[in-house]
Design a protein around this ligand. Structure first.
Ligand code: NAP
Length: 226
């Protein structure tokens, strides 16, 4: 499949690398290609700058959000939640129409420091805001409740015996995303229904962040026992 990954951070890198490894044609979208390729410093989490990752992944190309989406069947949103609508606007609603969007972003507000709060919750969600702003997109909320490494390599923890969720309005898009998650190695994928299901998975973040501090590692994930 031809896939556009929006995001040059650790999530964008993890998704782009794994999708390319699985044989997909992957293009990463960024705001300013030259600026991204000029980065020399690790990000705030200590991850290597994009050019270092790109050197090890010559099969993945880098372009603007709008160019990345041209011809893509599926788009991954791995941008910072507060600016996801800006990134999608830059891609252009007409370019996005009819495409499946895997929305991994979380609506985290770091303006008051750590831990962040959620800038939308309870009766709305970032997933819903994206769907409302881009009605032509088929938004599927997925993978926002686990660390990047486990998103694409679930078997790295407990043999992959943990749970991920999908939520979205379009049944066909959810099937496509579920198959993609299965190709990563996920085996327990719960369909939470329409895109309002994103409220619950985004509101897991305060618990997730507290667990990361308590366990002192991001290598954990929820398992729904039933
Ligand atoms: P991030 O630092 O949250 O986001 C990086 C991306 O946001 C970059 O591609 C950047 O574009 C884009 N961006 C920043 N400001 C922008 C603006 N004004 N307009 C358009 N785009 C802008 O990266 P991340 O840590 O990889 O996380 C990505 C998303 O996944 C976040 O929403 C996060 O909450 C979610 N998530 C992360 C994890 C994790 O393990 N880190 C787990 C679950 C969910 P440029 O390329 O142009 O710089």
């Amino acid at each position: 499949m031809k896939i556009a990954v929006f995001g040059t951070g650790m999530v964008g890198q993890a998704l782009a690398g794994r999708l390319a490894e699985l044989g997909h044609q992957v293009t990463v979208g960024t705001r300013d290609v030259a600026a991204t390729l000029a980065r020399t410093e690790p990000d705030g989490m200590g991850n290597p700058p994009y050019p270092q990752w790109a050197t090890a992944h010559p099969e993945v190309s880098l372009t603007t959000f709008a160019a990345a989406v041209a011809g893509a069947e599926l788009v991954v949103n791995a941008t910072s939640g507060g600016v996801s609508l800006d990134a999608l606007t830059a891609a252009g609603a007409e370019n996005l129409a009819g495409k499946v969007l895997v929305d991994i972003a979380n609506p985290l507000d770091f303006s008051q420091g750590f831990p962040p709060s959620l800038f939308v919750k309870d009766t709305d969600s970032l997933g819903e805001r994206i769907q409302a702003a881009f009605p032509g997109l088929k938004v599927v909320k997925a993978l926002n409740t686990l660390t990047a490494e486990l998103m694409v390599n679930p078997k790295a923890l407990a043999g992959g015996q943990h749970t991920v969720f999908v939520a979205g309005d379009d049944a066909g898009a959810k099937r496509t995303v579920t198959e993609l998650l299965e190709s990563f190695g996920h085996t327990d994928i719960i369909d939470l229904g329409d895109i309002t299901g994103a409220r619950g998975t985004e509101m897991l973040l305060p618990v997730w962040l507290r667990l990361m501090g308590t366990l002192n590692t991001p290598m954990f994930q929820f398992k729904i026992v039933r």
